[in-house]
Design a protein around this ligand. Structure first.
Ligand SMILES: [Ca+2]
Length: 481
């Protein structure tokens, strides 16, 4: 049985609250991370008053697998069905909101928790991220969409909660996930000339405009972060709350979301925790999103569930150092199996990769398959967008980078090439480092029970897809005839 142990970190004998703020498809673009083409005063405030991490990663850059890893504190290959997008949520693993609830926390959610997928068939009574608050909505900016008032729902929760209990709340804005109103960024006065276009996208006005539409949605999320911080302040709880701000993966553009390159799996992370954490620091340690759950447990004074394989970074937060605090936090492994359908037999695109401070080594296990989905089904693992349409029409180097087949092994000197546009795997000088990276990666995966390393790789393609049936390869082709 879970004991309601007293946390060493609370104020006046009260255990700390946990507020987890996760934007959907946000690549971290913000003033705090050095971007000048969008305005994010509240993310910037988090950096001033808290700790800004420069190396936080998800082990699987797609909504439901990344969120499953956050909730369970496990790497994506340790999550059975939940390694795939649009899967079921297995009930074999403890999730931190339920663990904290058992320990006496009041638990709630607004917006997107775990998903998309099916959690009900495995016995969850509500989203694994918490009981939902959704009564407050805002005037729709576009026809047909009534966005949740995330900050308003959080305020609602703060008003209704039993005041004697600590709380744990998940705020999950559904932005900056697509769709966007095309041209909205430019119409709102954002300047195309200011945008910093990554090297894997063609630098032209269309791409810049699409990125500004994304920027406007990031700014919308930032306003909800600001209002949420104000609500905490008003309730007198801000300084006794660990506020964590992050995203599930990179931005919804070709070669980013759903793809195993730096900008796909590198996520922002800012943590503010009153007087418990010295603010204004930048930390370069590697943090994995599976480390969040054990961190929340330690902050609450609760022993992490035995199924949680992540490592708490409370020690890193509470150190007053900047730069590298714990030198052992220097490696990250990332993976994917099936994200969206759109290949014959609804096969996935299996990848494992290892990221060190200097290198990103990628192993594509089925290089004959199309990495973003088959051309005839529309490359379904890249969200539809003006940028996608433009690149698809070009059939040049940008097209190949985003949609073309990939070699079995890729190597990027990621400390010098963070956009991952120069594959140096064929350079003979790198043969030794590639072998070392592959051995280290596969050794760790074997130890962590990755079915693909244990001869059980067929498992991944048997996992039920719970999304719309017409997404399957055969149905899609029929549909298009
Ligand atoms: Ca997402």
């Amino acid at each position: 049985m879970m004991t309601a142990a007293r946390s060493a970190f609370g104020q006046n004998g009260k255990r700390p609250n946990i507020v987890f703020f996760i934007a959907d498809d946000w690549g971290g673009h913000s003033g705090a991370y050095g971007d000048t083409w969008l305005r994010t005063p509240n993310v910037d405030r988090m950096a001033r008053e808290g700790v800004r991490f420069t190396n936080c990663f998800t082990s699987n850059p797609k909504c439901s697998p990344s969120r499953a890893s956050i909730l369970t504190g496990r790497n994506t290959w340790q999550l059975k069905e939940a390694i795939n997008h649009f899967s079921i949520f297995p009930n074999d693993f403890a999730v931190y909101p339920a663990e904290l609830e058992k320990a006496g926390y009041e638990v709630g959610l607004t917006g997107k928790g775990w998903g998309p997928g099916d959690f009900a068939s495995t016995g969850f009574k509500h989203n694994p991220a918490g009981r939902e608050y959704r009564s407050k909505t805002l005037k729709p900016p576009y026809e047909g969409i009534a966005p949740l008032d995330y900050a308003g729902n959080f305020e609602d929760f703060l008003g209704k909660r039993p005041k004697e209990k600590p709380f744990c709340f998940w705020i999950g804005p559904q932005e900056p996930h697509r769709f966007y109103e095309q041209g909205s960024g430019v119409r709102a006065g954002r300047r195309p000339a200011d945008v910093k276009v990554p090297k894997y996208l063609p630098d032209n006005r269309g791409i810049r405009s699409d990125m500004l539409d994304y920027a406007l949605e990031v700014e919308w999320v930032d306003t909800h972060l600001g209002r949420s911080l104000q609500a905490l302040e008003k309730a007198g709880e801000l300084d006794n709350t660990m506020v964590v701000v992050t995203s599930d993966h990179g931005m919804p553009f070709p070669r980013v979301k759903g793809q195993i390159y730096e900008h796909g799996f590198h996520v922002p992370l800012l943590v503010r925790w009153g007087s418990q954490v010295k603010g204004g620091r930048t930390v370069d340690d590697f943090v994995n999103v599976r480390d969040f759950a054990p961190t929340f447990m330690e902050a609450a004074g609760v022993k992490p569930a035995p199924t949680m394989t992540g490592k708490s970074f409370v020690d890193v937060l509470r150190s007053d150092k900047s730069g590298i605090v714990d030198a052992t936090r220097d490696t990250m492994i990332v993976a994917k199996e099936r994200h969206d359908l759109g290949r014959p037999n609804d096969a996935g695109y299996p990848v494992r990769a290892i990221r060190t401070r200097e290198w990103l080594y990628i192993r594509n296990y089925e290089p004959d398959r199309w990495p973003a989905g088959n051309p005839e089904t529309g490359y379904r693992n890249v969200d539809d967008s003006p940028s996608k349409t433009m690149i698809q029409s070009r059939f040049d180097g940008f097209y190949r980078m985003s949609f073309g087949k990939r070699p079995a092994e890729e190597l990027y000197h990621v400390s010098e090439d963070p956009d991952c546009v120069k594959d140096v795997a064929q350079n003979r000088d790198h043969a030794l480092i590639m072998r070392q990276l592959r051995d280290r990666m596969e050794g760790t995966l074997r130890k962590e029970g990755d079915p693909r390393m244990l001869g059980q790789e067929k498992f991944f393609d048997t996992i039920q897809y719970t999304g719309p049936k017409q997404h399957s390869y055969d149905e899609w082709l029929k549909h298009r005839q």
